[in-house]
Design a protein around this ligand. Structure first.
Ligand code: PSV
Ligand code: MN
Length: 415
């Protein structure tokens, strides 16, 4: 007999009053898919210090095992993104079957073209054709890895940029970037996609070649349907309206995926939805709106979006942080599903500025925790994933087995 969670009545009442189908909402929540990143399970830090965490994953298999635990607890994190070469193994098929044994899948493949000595002045935008060749070859190797792992998405981010005006020619760099990416695009097997991520600064401080969604969109449009834009929520200037970007890309069939995280200032590794939960809700609201929309283009684009977390936790317990991240995405989706879209459209058409705002905000203010507990119970899970994590002692077990590395100066995860 299924238990009814305290507070679920309020949600049921809202659904009744607003003509929302609670069974449909629950079934959408059960289908949510949040991909976690392998690099979120290993030790990482800032350039000032890496604080070791007892139990941090040291190998690709350990990262998969941690990701499998996050999925076991939440039920909605069934795949793991890999970064190459951080997660490179000799036998991809063996890794793939290990993943499936522990109940997960290998997800997006992220080529790393920012850590080699050769990339000091860039990778695919470098003036030296030999360096560009090296970067393209690495991406082509990643396309081969995708064939072995069965991954759908090649997720691309470039650290390319300059630090001073005049350091290089913007247009020449743009041409080099386009030529390199075209070669990779042409190698993509059917059914796979290239996700083009942008970031307005860091590590370059004067200009970044792929700085914003406009540049990513231009490239993706030139290549074709398999090329889409990836929105990393932490990669915008303060105040940028991310939900507007999301809506625009959905409408153009060019939104490919997300890297979720949050930030107060400039770094982007905080847990998604912690600094600005309203922004995350507004992003999910656009996605749900597109999924339900009469526009076939936006609806089908929304259904194919890859929802990924991109966070390297520096001081947080890593598994707990990832479970919390997944929960925050569940909360945002639940609230977006509770928006009364018909009533909202009416308020918009009537020009009722604040009525429309309140219509949206009423969904944001719902306490969705009982709904999520109910959904989890129906999925055969513990209603509180963080309690289940504490109870199952997984973190103690890996701390004992793996121990802690000694700390070191900073660096990227996996460095
Ligand atoms: C860069 O800041 C980024 O967001 C890219 O997605 C990388 O692949 C990832 O972080 C890890 O460095
Ligand atoms: Mn990212």
């Amino acid at each position: 007999m299924s238990q009814k969670y305290a507070g679920l009545d309020a949600i049921e009442k809202r659904c009744d009053q607003h003509g929302l189908d609670i069974e449909k909402i629950k079934s959408r929540l059960k289908k949510q898919h949040i991909e976690t990143p392998s690099w979120g399970y290993g030790d990482s830090g800032t350039r000032f210090r890496v604080f070791p965490w007892s139990g941090a994953a040291r190998t690709a298999r350990e990262k998969l095992s941690d990701a499998a635990m996050v999925h076991k607890l939440t039920g909605v994190a069934p795949s793991v993104a890999l970064h190459i070469p951080w997660d490179k193994v000799d036998d991809w098929l063996a890794l793939k079957s290990y993943a499936s044994e522990i109940g997960i899948e290998l997800g997006a493949i992220n080529p790393n073209v920012f850590q080699d000595e050769a990339y000091k002045f860039g990778s695919i935008c470098h003036t030296d054709a030999k360096v560009r060749r090296m970067a393209v070859d690495h991406m082509l190797e990643c396309v081969d890895i995708m064939k072995a792992t069965g991954s759908r998405d090649l997720s691309l981010w470039f650290a390319d940029g300059t630090n001073y005006a005049g350091q290089d020619s913007f247009r020449a760099r743009k041409a080099r970037m386009q030529e390199a990416l075209q070669e990779v695009y042409d190698a993509l097997p059917d059914g796979t996609r290239m996700l083009i991520e942008y970031k307005f600064f860091e590590p370059a401080f004067y200009h970044t070649d792929l700085a914003d969604w406009g540049i990513a969109y231009i490239l993706a449009s030139k290549f074709g349907d398999k090329a889409k834009v990836l929105v990393d929520t932490g990669h915008h200037a303060q105040g940028t309206n991310i939900e507007h970007i999301v809506a625009t890309l959905l409408d153009e069939d060019k939104l490919g995926g997300f890297h979720f995280n949050n930030r107060k200032y400039a770094d982007d590794d905080l847990i998604v939805g912690t600094v600005n939960p309203f922004e995350l809700f507004c992003i999910f609201n656009e996605l749900v709106d597109a999924e339900m929309s009469e526009s076939k283009v936006a609806a089908s684009c929304a259904r194919e979006v890859a929802y990924m977390i991109d966070q390297s936790h520096n001081i947080e317990p890593k598994i707990e942080a990832m479970v919390q991240s997944v929960i925050n995405c569940q909360v945002a989706l639940s609230k977006a599903l509770l928006v009364d879209r018909k009533a909202l459209a009416k308020q918009q058409a009537a020009g009722d500025v604040l009525g429309a705002y309140r219509e949206l905000n009423n969904a944001f203010e719902c306490d969705v925790r009982p709904l999520l507990a109910q959904v989890r119970e129906e999925m055969g899970l513990h209603p509180e994933p963080l309690t289940a994590l504490k109870e199952n002692k997984y973190q103690q077990k890996i701390a004992e087995e793996r121990g802690a590395k000694s700390g070191s100066g900073g660096g990227y995860p996996g460095a």
